[in-house]
Design a protein around this ligand. Structure first.
Ligand code: NAD
Length: 369
């Protein structure tokens, strides 16, 4: 029997509530599946700050580095609004991304048929939507040097951020996108601004070179990032995989998220480089929503984003495609039965709490596997 080590970091607010449902799912797979999941738990974010005075301890970082995958809930909340900047809950996530070398952020935007009316776009525009945004996560303008604010002799102030990418950074993120496309619709749209940015020009040239050398079987198009933003609301189903830099990816992935109707439904994965010798690839999976302080502790949170993040973990870290498919089918089936949490509630549907939604998904899973 294969053993997989998972570190669970529930975090703050609704983080522990939605992760509890993921842990029930893991327990179910341990009882019924062929893989043994060994789990450990660590505090993170405000919860870790309250106990240890830091949002992530060195011991937790060691466990995250050693784990086959990290499942992360959410961090933050008004309770920690005035803690020192370097101790704020969100600093834990930045440290994890940096130390684990998580350069590729995968953000699927899937519209479940039962929820097509929840989108702000017309149902026919979003029905059947299934796109994957691959965002570069550790480079670009959020990290480029020089950066900072300087005082000018004339009394004005001047701010600089630097957008910077190297061939290596472009190739490794484009490679993730091409490999993913081969498992999906076999199409990649690469979004940049080569018309006004030299980093965009390099991005376009290098993606083209890599495509010609190794991925000719995948259909590649180049699209200006501003046009991509427009096409996402005009005709989002034209896209399969979109690959883009850190800044444009931040914006385009949030725009795509909105197409699907609810933040409580959307998973994400952040992947590192695959070690050529061992085949190991560090990875962290998390719902895209935050700690939702407004509903925390009330048993109302939608656990589906966290559950679908676990499905991504099975698919991308453990090559357990059948099990990942089964979870996604169970979620779709529960929605088709008219079961809803508050965030996705519609007239005539049945309202469930976090735990009841987890139970409904488990019950469907048990029937289909
Ligand atoms: P949020 O995602 O926490 O909440 C936005 C809205 O969506 C709220 O009304 C909330 O009730 C609702 N919502 C979110 N997830 C839901 C779910 N699973 N089920 C039902 N409803 C859900 O964003 P926010 O309010 O801007 O931020 C709250 C805190 O979370 C802040 O401290 C912020 O810094 C933090 N945050 C953390 C992460 C992370 O841990 N990765 C991401 C975003 C925000």
């Amino acid at each position: 029997m294969t053993t997989r080590n998972i570190l669970i970091m529930p975090g703050d607010g609704i983080g522990p509530e939605v992760m509890a449902e993921v842990e029930r799912l893991i327990a179910w797979f341990n009882a019924h599946g062929k893989t043994r999941f060994e789990t450990a738990r660590e505090l993170v974010g405000g919860a870790a700050y309250d106990v240890h005075g830091t949002p992530v301890t060195e011991a937790a970082m060691e466990k995250a580095l050693a784990a086959d995958a990290v499942l992360f809930g959410a961090v933050g909340g008004p309770k920690w609004a005035s803690v020192p900047y370097d101790k704020r809950p969100e600093a834990a996530l930045l440290r994890l991304r940096k130390d684990l070398g998580l350069f590729a952020n995968l953000r699927p935007a899937i519209c479940f048929d039962a929820l097509k009316a929840s989108s702000t776009l017309k149902p026919e525009i979003v029905a059947g939507l299934d796109i994957m945004i691959v965002r570069e996560l550790t480079g670009g303008v959020y990290f480029g040097e020089p950066r900072g604010i300087t005082n000018l002799p004339n009394g004005e102030r001047r701010a600089v951020d630097t957008q910077v990418y190297t061939t290596h950074e472009i190739h490794r993120i484009a490679r993730v996108a091409f490999e993913l496309a081969r498992l999906r619709g076999n199409k990649v749209a690469s979004a940049e601004k080569h018309n006004v940015m030299t980093s965009g020009l390099l991005w376009k040239e290098e993606v083209t070179k890599l495509h010609a050398a190794e991925y000719r079987d995948v259909e590649l198009t180049h699209i200006l990032a501003d046009n991509c933003a427009m096409q996402l609301v005009r005709n989002p189903k034209q896209f399969d995989v979109i690959v883009t830099d850190n800044l444009f990816g931040d914006i385009l992935s949030d725009e795509a998220a909105q197409l699907t109707g609810s933040i409580g439904m959307l998973p994400s994965a952040s992947l590192g480089a695959r070690d050529a010798a061992t085949g190991r690839q560090r990875a962290l999976y998390e719902p895209i929503h935050g700690s939702a302080p407004d509903i925390a502790g009330q048993g109302k949170a939608n656990p589906i984003a966290a559950i679908l993040s676990f499905a991504m973990c099975l698919r991308y870290s453990f090559a357990m495609k059948a099990e990942a498919d089964a979870i996604e089918r169970a979620v779709a089936a529960v929605l088709d039965q008219g079961l809803r949490t508050g965030d996705i509630m519609q007239p005539g549907m049945k309202l469930l709490g976090t735990n009841e939604m987890g139970s409904a998904i488990l019950a469907c899973l048990a029937k289909t596997v």
